[in-house]
Each structure stands twice: as structure tokens, then as C-alpha cells.
Design a protein around this ligand. Structure first.
Ligand code: SAH
Length: 229
């Protein structure tokens, strides 16, 4: 899989992605990530990539042309038709299922907005899907893109020790994971449930399935509504 990120802050993205489990996966070559500074595609001598909005109002808008040129450059590198995701509070809200469907694309490009956003015509012209991380606004698309990318990459083969590491987790099967414990067996007077120290794997599996339902019912009963998308 390849991921290209179009941004004004490549250093934010690099720092975040090079850490932890995803960073190790990148080092192992499981995914090829490239960071593209949109300013490099400005034809202005001050490397400007934004301008005032038509019709007035505060803030600045990212111009279409540098983004377009940056995307053309990515296409020439990757030699394919990459799938272009624009991070936007107007987008489809990220869920585990959306991450699963994005994972099917071999080449994904993320466009991170800043300021008041981007010229609408770039969305019309090249964007395949707008994705949001929730119903609130943050200052830039970089952190939202990092969240989407992390959610996709941790499901790639080889990223985590085994598939079970993510298939047993919250949201993978539309329910939450049950409680987890580690040493010591008794902490502040609270005991680890006995079944977990019984060594009976079949019993433990059953208990975990049951607890998963209990946690879903307790914390997110809406997930149990079968009419939900
Ligand atoms: N004026 C815009 C918000 C601009 S915020 C509006 O009212 O819709 C600047 C950039 O941050 C956006 O272009 C987008 O890339 C990113 N961003 C902000 N909130 C986001 C969210 N909830 N999900 C994904 N990206 C977001």
C-alpha cells in the first residue's frame, strides 16, 4: 500500500507516523508513505498557497492550483489512479467500517486543509471522498488524517503481531471489547476475575464474548441497534 499526504505541515505527520507500532511497520516496509509540501507547488515567489475569500469574510482559503499540481506530481510518482481523501468536517464520519473500506485501496492520497479550508473547485475536480473525524472543527487536516491513517494501517498484515489483535478489539464487529487485566492479581483490594487465571481457554473465550456484550450494553447500547449503519 502507498500513502501520500498533501499538507502544509509535513513535519507534524512524519513525527506522528514514525512512532510506535505504525512507525515500526513503516520501517519494515509494510507501507510506503510520502509527505508532500503543498508550498513546493506554488508559483508565487513567496510560496503563497492561500488567498482571501471571494465575497469577503474572515480568514484565508487554500488555492486550487498548488493542490492540483501537487496531486499531479503524486500521480506521476505512483503511476496509478490514487484514491483521494480530503479531510473535512463536512465529510463522512470515520468508523471502523469506513477504515476497512479505505484499506482496500492500494494507493491513497490525503489532502489536509488549513485556514478556512480549500477552494470548493478542487473538491469538485479531484477529491474522491471527504472524511471527518467527528462533528467539531479543528485547525487543520493533519491530525484528522493521522487518525484515519492509523486506523487503516493497524489492520495491514504484519503491522500487529496477529490479526486477532485488531479483530477482537472494540468496533471491529460492531461491539466493544470486554475488560482487560494485568498483574498484580489483587490491586487496591480488587481481584482479577477468577476465570482469567483458570487456564481453561474455552471458558475464557466464552467469558470474554459475554463481557464484550456487557460492555457494549453498558457503554454504547446504540451499537446493538441492528438498524444502525
Ligand atoms: N471553514 C471550514 C473549517 C476549516 S478548518 C468549515 O467550516 O467547514 C481547517 C481544516 O481542518 C479543514 O479544511 C479540514 O481539512 C480540517 N478539519 C477541521 N475539522 C475537521 C474534522 N472534524 N474532520 C476532518 N478534518 C477537519
Amino acid at each position: 500500500m502507498t500513502i501520500d499526504i498533501m499538507t502544509l505541515f509535513p513535519e507534524i505527520c512524519e513525527t506522528v507516523l514514525n512512532l510506535g507500532v505504525i512507525g515500526r511497520g513503516i520501517k519494515k516496509g509494510l507501507v510506503d508513505i510520502k509527505y508532500h509540501q503543498i508550498r513546493d507547488f506554488s508559483d508565487n515567489k513567496y510560496r503563497r498557497i492561500d488567498d482571501a475569500p471571494y465575497g469577503g469574510g474572515g480568514g484565508m482559503i487554500m488555492s486550487a492550483e498548488p493542490i492540483y499540481k501537487c496531486f499531479e506530481h503524486i500521480k506521476s510518482l505512483r503511476n496509478k489512479h490514487p484514491f483521494l481523501v480530503f479531510m473535512s468536517p463536512k465529510g463522512k464520519i470515520l468508523t471502523q467500517n469506513l477504515a476497512k473500506s479505505l484499506k482496500k485501496h492500494e494507493n491513497i492520497v490525503f489532502l489536509c486543509g488549513r485556514y478556512e479550508g480549500v477552494d470548493e473547485r478542487i473538491i469538485e475536480e479531484i477529491v474522491d471522498l471527504q472524511v471527518s473525524i467527528g462533528d467539531y472543527v479543528v485547525s487543520g487536516g493533519e491530525l484528522p488524517a493521522m487518525i484515519v491513517i492509523d486506523a487503516i494501517l493497524r489492520m495491514l498484515p504484519g503491522m500487529l503481531p496477529s490479526e486477532e489483535n485488531f479483530t477482537n478489539e472494540s468496533h471491529y464487529n460492531n461491539q466493544l471489547e470486554g475488560p482487560q487485566y494485568t498483574r498484580p492479581r489483587i490491586w487496591h483490594g480488587q481481584k482479577v476475575p477468577e476465570v482469567l487465571t483458570s487456564g481453561d481457554h474455552a471458558k475464557i473465550k466464552k467469558w470474554r464474548e459475554h463481557q464484550s456484550l456487557i460492555h457494549t450494553f453498558k457503554y454504547r447500547p446504540d451499537l446493538l441497534d441492528s438498524s444502525r449503519e
